[in-house]
Ligand binder design. Structure first.
Ligand code: NAP
Length: 262
């Protein structure tokens, strides 16, 4: 019997156990996938046991960077500085892959503006870099985190990331061709403090949240042609996890994913 899990804190909200366990059942794979809520204070004591004890696992907030020192890293994980998937002692980042695959066939209209500077934003900005988009605008509630992301990616990848204060959110969205929300705003029904007209010139909206949010609803009402939520990113990162673990049958997984998440 194979064992998989996701570690995080908190972890109760994760859809991953339902998705993967249904997939294992449907595929007659003898395996289980559990959610493990780890106390951050005992992470260093427990992590080696987890690396040894599971056939593969995922990592979410707040451990994506804490685990780096315990693993060999693939290029994406090393360059982003965050791991969300582990197999055989090696750490991968499948978020950026999920992001770029979810955009297949979609043209991102410049200027590109990203809101957020947490784990999702780091993966998305890296994904933009790997797609050939090297110039973008960045804003985050805590501006110092945006500055840090900008400096680190400018130095390592030669990107030009212009950081603006969060107080300029409305003004900056008005100038954006493509707006990417990489924050958790909307997960609980929250909305950015901007007027509906702010979005009138935005052509593409990508919202990392995989449920319908006020931002997405507003974008549709404002006539933005391309409005995407994070569901497709979630799907493609999960496909990549299964591929890394050597247990992917994509047509079956697609059906299960639709059943569990719709
Ligand atoms: P994180 O590292 O904790 O970062 C959270 C981000 O949201 C930070 O930029 C934070 O700003 C911002 N934020 C939180 N509350 C805010 C508020 N009230 N106003 C303005 N900004 C706020 O989390 P993460 O890993 O980046 O995840 C962010 C979201 O992406 C989560 O909802 C997660 O579920 C989702 N996600 C989706 C996928 C997918 O496949 N679709 C993949 C990964 C993550 P500060 O820096 O100022 O705190």
């Amino acid at each position: 019997m194979k064992k998989y899990c996701i570690i995080g804190h908190p972890i109760a909200h994760s859809l991953s156990p339902s998705i993967y366990n249904r997939y294992f059942q449907a595929m007659n794979i003898e395996a289980s996938y559990e959610a493990r809520d780890l106390d951050p204070a005992s992470f260093d004591e427990e992590v080696l046991g987890i690396i040894r004890g599971y056939d593969g696992f995922n990592i979410t907030i707040p451990f994506k960077d804490k685990i780096l020192q315990y693993l060999d890293l693939d290029r994406g994980a090393a360059e982003i500085g965050a791991v969300n998937c582990v197999f055989d002692g090696k750490g991968y980042n499948t978020d950026w892959i999920g992001f770029i695959r979810s955009l297949q066939g979609i043209e991102l209209i410049p200027p590109v503006m990203v809101i957020g500077a947490g784990g999702a934003a780091r993966a998305i900005v890296y994904g933009l870099y790997r797609m050939g988009i090297h110039d973008l605008h960045l804003m985050n509630r805590t501006q110092s985190k945006a500055e840090e992301l900008s400096q680190s990616y400018s130095k390592r990848f030669g990107m030009k990331i212009y950081v603006h204060p969060f107080s300029a959110l409305e003004r900056m969205i008005k100038r954006a061709g493509t707006l990417i929300n990489a924050t958790s705003v909307g997960l609980k029904g929250e909305h950015f403090n901007v007027t509906p007209e702010t979005f009138s010139d935005v052509r593409v909206l990508f919202d990392v949240i995989y449920t319908k949010t006020p931002l997405q609803r507003l974008a549709v009402r404002q006539g933005i042609k391309v409005v995407m939520n994070g569901r497709s990113m979630l799907y493609h990162q999960a496909v990549e996890n299964l591929r890394i673990w050597g247990i992917l049958k994509e047509d079956h997984f697609h059906r299960i994913f639709e059943e569990v998440t719709s």
